[in-house]
Write a protein that binds this ligand. Structure first.
Ligand code: AFP
Length: 324
């Protein structure tokens, strides 16, 4: 059976040539990162890089390698005006005349690298509004304005999951041809949730509404929800969201009382927003207790946000508990 390639899909969906080139460039970067990952310790990619990123998190060697690969690949595209990355303190200028701004988390789930477990790359594409030197202010657009978003999941197979605003599609990397081939068209999140993903070790620090909501899921068939739920936590948002796109459920990274002034752990502009566009394009929802994540006006490229995403009805219920 002959499958559509990523290029076939981009031309079939009338994606403008410059955007198609950008997405293909990200796909090319992911193939190089896949090679780095495949060799593991043999490629000397495990362990710490010996520095911290702007958020005070220890950088792993592969965080730095993946960031450099994507930054260099995007940097040669005349359509790219600037980039913002989890691993860069400030926005990085590319081409003055470029029409796109790209935000990305080069290596999501870095704590999984050293245990040979799943990691990913997340990206978001915004339109450029500026002239002259690129500024952080240009990047501060609500998630709803994203032109395209997606992620690459480096698992037993490597997958590229993409939206250009026409639903969500999944491609699987074919090592024989070196191409991403379309393996899932029209991805939809199952309406009924049977699984949830949350770091339970933080339970005692959550808002009481979140404690009550998850507490009731844990009571299973004997509790108010009247059914048993399964729990999964990969510690890489890419892998947890991928599971939700494939078989439904809910993912939460809530506010935590230990850092009351820090709005959650996940980053708005290169984690929550791109995942949010994918989830909404697949029929799901992404909210914080304060409102829809895609409507948030960002104030900073490294801004954090509490995240509740997945099956629309389950997200609404969780938000209702917070309203109570
Ligand atoms: P990195 O992007 O720094 O690798 O962090 C991964 C992440 O932001 C997200 O992908 C996971 O869902 C979450 O952190 C895992 O957090 P815990 O350490 O609480 O499991």
């Amino acid at each position: 059976m002959s499958r559509a390639t990523l290029s076939d899909y981009l031309s079939r969906s009338n994606t403008p040539a410059s955007l198609a080139q950008l997405i293909e460039t990200l796909a090319g970067g992911s193939v190089a990162i896949r090679e780095d990952l495949a060799g593991g310790a043999l490629n000397d990619i495990l362990g710490a890089a010996g520095a911290e990123n702007v958020q005070g998190e220890e950088q792993k060697k592969l965080d730095v390698i993946a960031n450099d690969r994507i930054k260099q690949a995007l940097g040669v595209l005349p359509s790219v005006r600037g980039i913002a990355s989890e691993e860069e303190d400030e926005v990085v200028a590319a081409h003055h005349d470029g029409e796109f701004l790209v935000t990305f988390d080069p290596l999501d789930g870095s704590s999984n690298i050293d245990i040979n477990s799943m990691v990913g790359t997340i990206f978001s594409v915004l339109g450029s509004r500026g002239e002259g030197a690129v500024s952080e202010a240009e990047f501060l657009q609500p998630g709803r304005d994203q032109i395209a978003a997606g992620y690459i999941l480096y698992g037993p197979s490597v997958m590229l999951v993409l939206t250009v605003g026409q639903g969500v599609v999944m491609f699987t990397y074919d090592p024989q041809s070196g191409l991403y081939l379309l393996t899932e068209d029209q991805v939809r999140i199952a309406e009924e949730a049977k699984e949830f993903a949350i770091n339970m070790s933080n339970q005692r620090h959550w808002h009481p509404a979140m404690q009550r909501y998850i507490g009731e899921l844990l009571q299973g068939a004997e509790g108010p929800r009247g059914k048993n739920y399964n729990m999964r936590w990969v510690a890489a948002m890419v892998a947890d969201v991928h599971r939700i796109l494939c078989r439904g459920g809910l993912f939460c990274y809530p506010w935590d009382a230990r850092k009351p002034d820090q709005a959650g752990k996940l980053r708005l502009m290169y984690e929550a927003n791109p995942m949010g566009l994918l989830v909404e394009q697949a029929g799901g929802k992404i909210w914080t207790p304060e409102g829809a994540i895609l409507d948030i006006q960002p104030t900073h490229i490294h801004q954090r946000v509490p995240v509740i995403l997945g099956a629309a009805s389950e997200v609404e219920l969780c938000i209702d508990y917070h309203r109570d």
